[in-house]
Design a protein around this ligand. Structure first.
Ligand SMILES: [Zn+2]
Length: 367
């Protein structure tokens, strides 16, 4: 069944592209703007995350995507330019901003040169306390520790209880990594930091693609091509910050630290893990940011709230990516969801009818 769904999925994406439906949607959405969400752009040989997630996209796919956007007449802008242009009545059509989260070194070393080749622009949202240190993101840290574990299991202490995760197969390894990260995201920031201490001394063999940029690399970027944004001080989940001094440290002092290093104002924030609430949004405004990017899917218009900017996640699957970039994917998904709901409803009505008829027969037969 899963295999059939996969084939059907592929077939729909192929038809969307080859029948010109994506092209029609690109035209329909030509006045909307696209913020593409990336994390790392890795070497073509880096396959550690294959079949796990797509935080890292290979540089050849990234080049293909930029070539496609150029050929289809997209207009590359920085986030600052986007905010300025979108309020103008005759703003450029098909504006696109490349957004890179987390501060991976490979964005400077691999993505930036490719961006220069295509005149692409964007924003690089960095984690201020990790830049220029040997540390990596806490999520990548956990994954690296688990991948290096040779005993075949991992004991994780969560809220005083020890959970033993088997790591014998790829599936069980992936389950363990997802589950530990998910559990840690439910904690307050202080609790998460305290839980992470159990992983501190265990790190070794850090994959090069997980390494973060240093300040010299950050300062070498042209702000008119790839400007710098803030992604907190420690990649804290903003909705788990309780104390006022912690909120200030993650949202405001991180901004100031980056500004002191790069020599210009940081106007844009990116919510780690896309996590925000009303309080976080009001703090972001209070601390002087001009915009914030979320993980909400979709396009942006002049009416979109600048502090809740939507993005389209980038994939290695180029057909899926093309459908998402055009907007056809969201429309077809909505239609399919509606059709599935109708079918389920019809089936349930039919079954109910049958059941009622059976009941009637049962009731009738004894008399
Ligand atoms: Zn992030």
């Amino acid at each position: 069944m899963i295999h059939m769904n996969h084939i059907l999925h592929k077939l729909i994406l192929l038809l969307l592209d080859h029948l010109g439906i994506n092209a029609i949607f690109r035209w329909i959405n030509r006045n909307k703007s696209l913020l593409l969400c990336y994390h790392g752009i890795c070497s073509d040989n880096f396959d550690l995350l294959r079949n796990y997630d797509e935080r890292q996209i290979s540089e050849s796919i990234f080049r293909k995507q930029l070539r496609f956007l150029t050929q289809k007449g997209y207009f590359f802008v920085t986030l600052t330019e986007f905010l300025k242009f979108r309020m103008q009545q005759n703003h450029p059509r098909k504006m696109v901003v490349l957004t890179f989260d987390d501060g991976f070194r490979n964005i400077v070393e691999r993505a930036y040169p490719i961006m220069l080749d295509y005149g692409a622009k964007g924003i690089f949202s960095i984690v201020s306390d990790l830049i220029g240190t040997p540390q990596i993101l806490w999520t990548d840290h956990i994954e690296t520790v688990l991948r290096n574990e040779k005993s075949g299991y991992f004991d994780f202490n969560f809220r005083g209880k020890t959970i033993s995760y088997p790591l014998h197969t790829t599936k069980s390894l992936h389950t363990a990594m997802w589950d530990i990260k998910r559990k840690l995201r439910t904690l307050t920031n202080e609790e998460r930091i305290s839980h992470l201490k159990q992983f501190n001394d265990m790190i070794q063999n850090i994959p090069v693609e997980f390494k973060l940029a240093d300040w010299d690399q950050i300062c070498s970027l042209d702000k008119n091509i790839l400007e710098i944004g803030c992604h907190t001080a420690t990649h804290a989940n903003c909705t788990t910050l309780v104390k006022e001094n912690h909120i200030k440290y993650e949202l405001l002092y991180s901004k100031r630290k980056i500004e002191n290093k790069i020599g210009y104002k940081v106007n844009h924030f990116c919510y780690p893990a896309g996590s925000f609430d009303d309080n976080v949004v009001s703090k972001i405004k209070e601390f002087g940011y001009k915009s914030a990017t979320t993980c909400l899917c979709g396009f942006n218009t002049s009416n979109t709230d600048a502090f809740l900017l939507k993005r389209v996640t980038s994939h290695e699957d180029i057909l899926l990516w093309k459908a998402q970039v055009s907007g056809s994917f969201y429309c077809i998904s909505d239609i399919l969801t509606l059709v599935k709901k109708r079918i389920r409803f019809c089936i349930s009505v039919l079954f109910d009818k049958e059941r009622n008829t059976d009941n009637e027969m049962v009731n009738v037969s004894p008399s």
